[in-house]
Design a protein around this ligand. Structure first.
Ligand SMILES: [Zn+2]
Length: 213
């Protein structure tokens, strides 16, 4: 589902952000995240509030090196990358696909455990927001043809009100030593710690293509 990307939509978005007193800095984050995500999905909006909240709870400085775990592939990874600079490419963003709309952020650590903050969508708090609750719970009460604008508006109105947080001890996966070895099947080089027996995962459990003859 996506918010229509015509000018009326953006005008309404801007009006809602102004109406609910979102700071210019946060409005700028929304604009950057929508551009990166390419569509204006409701979950993206919640994700922007989540990342903003997590950074504040951590007391993070602008540009500080942080790590993040998103508990779903949906939407959340994008605001984490855009706002916090934790990307898939720099290995500071991980997705643990539990299927929850939740995000944990922490500072770097040489130890196996590091304190972090976990922000999540709180089902009890959602009950005060009829439209978000209907959309979030995938209820038939939510009609995507008529309720997208009211949904976006309600998400902007709610802001952090639908979120809760907990301080957590995060398990850090420490770097493992590895050496490069050839796969016995395809012959391509692969880290030895990524082998399944004597072949790479591409020739094994993660196979996803056949070479065209
Ligand atoms: Zn292989």
């Amino acid at each position: 589902m996506q918010f229509p990307s015509h000018s009326r939509a953006f005008n309404e978005l801007r009006e809602s952000m102004d109406a609910y007193d979102l700071t210019p800095a946060l409005q700028d984050q929304f604009t950057r995240c929508i551009s990166f995500h390419t569509v204006t999905a409701p979950g993206l909006f919640i994700g922007v509030f989540m990342v903003d909240y997590a950074l504040e709870l951590l007391g993070a400085r602008h540009g500080e090196k942080l790590y993040a775990v998103a508990e779903t592939y949906k939407c959340i990874p994008d605001p984490v990358q855009v706002i916090a600079g934790c990307t898939f490419g720099n290995h500071r963003l991980q997705v643990v696909p539990i299927g929850k709309f939740a995000l944990t952020m922490n500072r770097p650590s040489e130890k196996k455990i590091v304190e972090g903050v976990r922000v999540y969508v709180d089902a009890d708090k959602l009950k005060q927001y009829r439209i978000i609750n209907a959309w979030y719970t995938h209820s038939t009460d939510f009609d995507s043809r008529t309720m997208i604008y009211p949904l976006i508006d309600e998400i902007l109105k709610a802001g952090r009100d639908i979120l809760s947080y907990q301080r957590v001890d995060v398990h850090v996966s420490l770097k493992k030593a590895w050496k490069s070895v050839p796969c016995s099947s395809c012959g391509e080089m692969v880290p030895d710690i990524a082998l399944e027996g004597d072949h790479c995962m591409g020739c094994g459990s993660m196979s996803y293509y056949e070479v065209v003859p």
